[in-house]
Design a protein around this ligand. Structure first.
Ligand code: HEM
Length: 407
């Protein structure tokens, strides 16, 4: 990654030098920007994109203007290779923590805390679907032979410590009888009003974070990878978003107008179903399916991946083709059994509305606001799309991109 920083910046820098007068020099600090003190002065960098947006158009003129303002030696930060999953994960955690507690849990710059939180949530998600021998053999039920329960409890306790502190503080506040208007109340206020215990709140929060982050992160990463790989589709989407948007910001009311973009989201969830196999079901009583007997207590696994790649149902199932959803009524609400990325029935994903809106708003903002490129000048058409099977179907090679702000 470090070489990427330098090669990318070197190319950019060399083109700048073509225009630079000998009167001033540019100094690019990028990676060391935050750790080194006493750097030459320069314009304040934005998170992630640095000063890239100020340099994109006519860099020679921008650089000359900076020299007038800051002197002959200037510090600039020219973009950064971003790991998409980290960026999206932090955004989602903060979206959820704002709904629940009216505060950001993570700082975009604090990668270590984000890693640890992600690791714990993923561990709990994995443990929850790993077949546990204790479930199959009641005689060893109490033994926790694989240590799954112990491991999950450990991560649960660590996660609960974060929420517990916030709940404690809020309880103390309400004990002081601070009166809040209805519009000022968040999810936690409502839970406390309804006498939820701290343990119940912890469980709810950990469950929402566990189920509501990795899924959306994975879906966003796949959608971005498909947009990069399929340049024509990306152009059509960008054209539609720009045409239909009323303001620079994406509003909830805009989302239903993006017909082609929404077809792309559906196609992403068909082609790369985030949860490839649904949460296992158990037959409560013996039943018959397709003339076969399913015995009582049998575990039933629904293979969403196989269903959404079934050539009997989908024409050309191994091609990313959003057009297949245009003019079609097929939706992911659990009624069209050929397309169930959010599951179906009573255990269907309760986070569907929030998950889809997060996907739509994050993707649309990144498409409208930035140009994307791969590090080292890699060809997007050759992007490695290998899938890694797990609770969520991840991209084996995490997507890394350089963003450049669009005018
Ligand atoms: C693209 C985003 C998402 C996808 C594709 C997705 C998919 C799924 C699937 C397939 C299931 C299992 C359903 C079944 O077995 O029938 C599930 C369960 C669940 N999802 Fe989502 N999900 C997403 C986002 C979210 C979000 C944002 C939240 C919460 C904020 C959430 C909360 C949950 C919960 C709590 C369950 C477990 C329900 C139960 O107890 O059985 N999901 N999700």
């Amino acid at each position: 990654m470090e070489t990427t920083f330098f090669s990318m910046e070197f190319n950019f820098l060399s083109s700048l030098f073509l225009f630079a007068t000998p009167l001033f020099l540019l100094f690019v600090a990028c990676k060391y920007f935050t750790s080194v003190t006493n750097l030459p002065p320069g314009p304040r960098p934005w998170p992630i994109i640095g000063n890239m947006h100020q340099m994109a158009k006519n860099p020679h003129i921008a650089a000359a203007n900076f020299a007038m303002k800051y002197g002959p030696l200037i510090s600039l930060r020219l973009g950064k290779v971003v790991k998409i999953e980290e960026l999206i994960f932090t955004t989602l955690i903060n979206t959820l923590s704002n709904i629940l507690f009216s505060k950001d849990f993570l700082d975009l710059k604090d990668v270590q805390t984000a890693h640890l939180l992600k690791f714990r949530l993923l561990k709990m998600l994995k443990n929850s679907v790993t077949p546990n021998v204790s479930d199959f053999f009641p005689i060893v039920g109490g033994l926790d032979l694989q240590g799954l329960r112990r491991d999950s409890l450990h991560h649960y306790d660590e996660l609960s410590r974060i929420t517990e502190a916030i709940v404690k503080e809020r309880r103390a506040q309400s004990a002081k009888k601070v009166v809040l208007a209805d519009h000022e109340k968040d999810f936690l206020d409502r839970l406390l009003e309804n006498n939820f215990t701290t343990a119940q709140i912890n469980t709810l929060v950990v469950e929402l974070f566990t189920a509501g982050t990795e899924t959306v992160v994975t879906a966003t990463e796949w959608a971005m990878a498909e947009f990069l790989k399929n340049k024509e589709i990306m152009c059509k989407v960008r054209e539609e978003l720009t045409r239909e948007l009323n303001t620079k910001n994406i509003m909830k009311s805009d989302l239903s107008k993006f017909t082609y973009f929404n077809a792309c989201i559906k196609e992403t969830l068909r082609f790369h179903p985030v949860v490839p196999v649904l949460i296992p079901r158990r037959a409560l009583e013996p039943c018959e399916v397709m003339n076969y007997t399913i015995p009582q207590n049998a575990q039933v696994w629904v293979n969403v991946w196989a269903i959404s790649h079934d050539p009997k149902v989908w024409e050309d199932p191994y091609t990313f083709k959003p057009e297949r959803f245009l003019g079609s009524n097929i939706d992911f609400t659990g009624h069209d059994f050929e397309f169930i990325p959010f599951g179906g029935g009573r255990r269907m994903c309760p986070g569907l509305p929030s998950g889809v809106k997060s996907l739509q708003t994050m993707l649309a903002s990144l498409i409208v606001g930035y140009n994307w490129s791969l590090p080292n000048g890699e060809d997007p058409a050759k992007l490695d799309m290998t899938e890694k099977f797990g609770v969520t179907l991840q991209k084996e090679k995490p997507l890394e991109l350089i963003f450049c702000r669009r005018e």
